[in-house]
Design a protein around this ligand. Structure first.
Ligand SMILES: *Cc1c(COP(=O)(O)O)cnc(C)c1O
Length: 365
């Protein structure tokens, strides 16, 4: 057994900010590698208990879990499903995208329906064949889709009832993005694994990991023998030192609390002022992550023809004015630095409104 001081310091710091039952982490260099790793761990967890057939992982349409073979298979984006992706043993159920797919249902009714698509899939496959369910607490790359709380309550019930593992992909939500350390805290989830990356080092160096609950770690470690898995640069001392310092600063400068009580609510409140704009169908988000969905007809939630590339136009108008606002189809997504100030939020809102006006004018022309 070997180790080094930066990785010891990082893992101790990490355990101090994750929910209590998480005291083990497998470090990787990217979120994609971490998701590839968690596929192996979830299947291995059952195989070690003489259940090798319990290996299917259920994910959701329009999910994003990374770009390597395994991670892209977990992902539910049709454009990424090519050349043998998804790999066998990964299936997808309905995403909780109320604005697009909710029809006449209320958000709460639709949330329950979307969650039950997991239950139906488990019944269809046979629970004896299902290893785990994986989900982003808030779909980021999919357009910042925030499910109603009842969705997560129902998902938790289903995972517990069937005794399948629950993997929370916290790559975007983790480390304060929602105003809680993890979306697991924000939505009161009870995962067995948390996949972390991006915010772990605030993006300054490449580092990621699979955080493992004590109960699952006990099976993987104690009944395990060797897990023949690893990356040359896992736990690289420089990346660990930077991630560790990042967590120290987030904690000591109370940045997560500041997002929760001050800038997060202010950002969300000011963004919702954009709802009156003729192009804006829905504004959604939590803390410092948000999506603004542009539509042709607000009353019927009808989208623009994809060929018009409205989202891309709006993105380019925003960039020209100095604001990075990505387009996911026609949803404009924002994820500002956690240290953004109120004055900077005011600038974001005013440039976003100008970019929306530019887009509207270009449509009229
Ligand atoms: C970015 C992302 C990943 C992939 O992380 P990489 O470091 O880019 O490989 C995985 N899951 C989610 C939710 C992400 O947003």
């Amino acid at each position: 057994m070997t180790s080094h001081p930066p990785v010891i310091e990082l893992t101790e710091r990490l355990a101090s900010v994750t929910p209590k039952k998480f005291n083990n982490v497998f470090l990787t260099n990217s979120g994609s590698e971490a998701n590839d790793t968690v596929i192996r761990m979830a299947r291995r967890y059952w195989a070690l208990q003489d259940r090798p057939d319990k290996n299917v992982i259920i994910s959701r349409t329009n999910a994003y879990h990374g770009s390597t073979f395994g991670a892209a298979s977990l992902g539910g984006m049709a454009v990424m499903h090519e050349c043998g992706i998804p790999i066998p043993g990964i299936v997808h159920v309905q995403q909780p995208y109320w604005y697009r797919e909710g029809g006449e249902l209320t958000a709460a009714e639709f949330g329950i329906q979307a969650a039950r698509s997991l239950e139906q899939k488990i019944d269809e496959l046979g629970v004896e064949n299902v290893a785990a369910f994986i989900a982003e607490p808030i779909q980021g790359a999919g357009g910042v889709i925030v499910p109603p709380q009842c969705y997560w309550t129902e998902i938790s019930r289903i995972c517990a009832h069937y005794g399948i593992l629950f993997i929370a992909d916290e790559v975007i939500c983790g480390f304060g993005r929602t105003g809680s350390w993890f979306a697991t805290d924000y939505f009161d989830l009870n995962p067995d694994f948390m996949v972390v990356a991006k915010g772990l080092s605030s993006g300054y160096l490449p580092i990621a990991g699979v955080v493992i609950s004590d109960e699952v770690a006990a099976v993987l470690i104690e009944s395990g023998g060797e897990f023949a898995h690893g990356f040359t640069y896992s736990g690289h001392p420089v990346a660990c030192a930077v991630a560790s310092e990042n967590i120290r600063i987030l904690s000591e400068e109370r940045i997560v609390e500041h997002v929760a009580t001050d800038t997060g609510p202010y950002f969300q409140q000011r963004l919702r002022e954009l709802s009156d704009h003729p192009l804006v169908g829905e504004v959604r988000g939590v803390g410092l992550i948000a999506g603004i969905e542009l539509v042709k007809d607000k009353a019927t939630r009808t989208s623009f023809d994809a060929n018009l590339g409205i989202g891309i136009k709006c993105r380019d108008f925003a960039a020209r004015r100095g604001l990075i606002m990505r387009a996911v189809e026609d949803s404009m997504v924002l994820s500002p630095p956690l240290v953004i100030t109120r004055a900077q939020i005011d600038d974001v809102i005013s440039i976003a409104r100008d970019a929306l006006d530019d887009t509207l004018k270009s449509l009229a022309a």
